[in-house]
Design a protein around this ligand. Structure first.
Ligand code: AMP
Ligand code: GLY
Length: 424
């Protein structure tokens, strides 16, 4: 069975490696893929939002399953476009339609949705250019800190946590009037700050039921002990010790199940991953955000822990049998460490020659921001590799991961050495 993965990061490399383990996986296509996926499938020059070329590729190559990695094509309606073609009526699309992807594509939509279906989240109000004066009045008196979120997609940069009311007023004006995030901040959600510890929970949905995947915790700040600027993600760990049976029961009953019921009530047939960004406030889970996809780098920690055949899982999605799927999970801990270009998330230099990838033993290496230049593998992005190691506990897993992270070298490489240690 031929399969297409849309995307080019470490997440997509992790999916590619896992899918290729299945005897049911025929030719794997990637749009566009990266140097790490070259040996696993057919990389193409097709961009993630070039829907016409993706549609042609699927038809010409008899592709049966499409897995959409990143949020942009989902929010732009890749599923709607593909399923509108009568030739593709049996295509399994792992990813929601445009309406379902609004869970991630519009913070205002997701907050209204949570309010309507009684899903615990921070209290909020939404403002736009028309209501900016009441917005200024509101944030100037709001308890502190206060959280401001651009309504639309902002590549993970659209959240501002203001420590003073003056800062909040300035941020609101910047976002709405100065269009700091373009159209994405034409509307801004202002919400209460929740204090607690974060965890990411993933459910794969088939429009009826769902399959719960292993949870993970990600590390967004560039510096050790969670200091410095926010990044796309510096590492992840799975499982997360505090997400025990009691906590996960609350997550299922208070969050996952009402979300699935809510989606059905809204007439949304949601096929794909829901990423619940949660915060545990004294043991009670609240939703910080929904994403309509798997996380990166969480995927690189979660997917290798799944022992079941991923093609079987996607086939079960196609026939709405996910709630009956018996997922087999590796009990060991996986830690993922992201190797970044020095300077990231600010300016950084590209084009340095990378060595040591082939010397890594007992860890998985996923490419993210690499490219071949004159035959040499070089860094081409901020996040360059995600490396995943395993162990019987976090310390043991991290030892294997950090050993692999040291083995790969290039000029100005940087990585955090403390991923997961806050949970020990
Ligand atoms: P988001 O893009 O919505 O995930 O927000 C980015 C990060 O901001 C989250 O991972 C949290 O660390 C933080 N954050 C967002 N909303 C809140 C909130 N209501 N209370 C506390 N922290 C928040
Ligand atoms: N690691 C967070 C995300 O993928 O959005």
């Amino acid at each position: 069975m031929n399969i297409l993965i849309v995307g080019s990061g470490g997440r997509e490399h992790a999916f590619a490696l896992k899918l290729k383990e299945s005897s049911k996986c025929g030719t794997l296509y990637l749009a566009p893929g990266n140097p790490g996926t070259e040996s696993l499938g057919v990389n193409t020059n097709i961009k993630v939002d070039d829907f016409d070329s993706i549609e042609k590729l699927i038809i010409q190559n008899n592709i049966k399953i499409v897995l959409v990695g990143p949020e942009v094509p989902l929010v732009k309606g890749i599923k709607d476009k593909l399923t509108a073609n009568p030739l593709l009526k049996d295509l399994i699309v792992v990813g929601p339609d445009k309406k379902g992807a609004q869970l991630e594509g519009s913070k205002d939509f997701s907050k209204m949705f949570m309010l309507k279906y009684g899903i615990p989240t921070a209290s909020y109000k939404t403002f736009n250019q028309k209501s900016i004066s009441s917005g200024i009045e509101y944030v100037s008196k709001h308890s502190l800190p206060v959280v401001l979120k651009a309504d639309g997609l902002a590549a993970g940069k659209g959240v501002i946590i203001a420590e003073t009311n003056e800062e909040a007023v300035a941020a609101l004006k910047e976002m709405i009037s100065d269009k700091k995030f373009g159209e994405s901040s034409a509307k801004v959600v202002v919400e209460q700050f929740l204090k607690g510890i974060e965890v990411s929970v993933f459910a794969l949905c088939d429009g009826e039921g769902y399959l719960l995947l292993p949870e993970a915790k990600d590390y967004k700040r560039i510096g050790e002990k969670d200091t410095g600027l926010n990044t796309g993600g510096m590492g992840a760990v799975s499982p997360v010790p505090f997400a025990d049976e009691v906590f996960m029961k609350k997550v299922k009953e208070r969050i996952i199940e009402p979300t699935i019921t809510g989606l059905k009530s809204e007439g949304i047939e949601y096929t794909g991953f829901i990423f619940f960004g949660l915060i545990s406030v004294q043991g009670d889970p609240f939703v910080i955000e929904y994403n309509a996809r798997m996380g990166d780098p969480e995927t690189e920690a979660v997917i290798p822990r799944i022992k079941s055949d991923l093609v079987d899982i996607f086939l079960a999605l196609g026939v709405k049998q996910l709630d009956k799927f018996k997922l087999e999970v590796d009990k060991r801990t996986a830690t993922t460490v992201v190797l970044v270009s020095g300077g990231y998330p600010e300016e950084f230099e590209k084009g340095f020659k990378i060595s040591g990838v082939e010397k890594v033993e007992d860890a998985l290496v996923y490419h993210s921001g690499t490219t071949f230049k004159n035959g040499d593998l070089t860094n081409s992005g901020g996040r360059v590799f995600a490396v995943t190691g395993f162990g019987n506990n976090i310390q043991e897993a991290l030892k294997a991961t950090n050993r692999a992270a040291e083995t790969i070298t290039w000029n100005k490489k940087y990585f955090r050495k403390d991923i997961g240690l806050d949970l020990c």
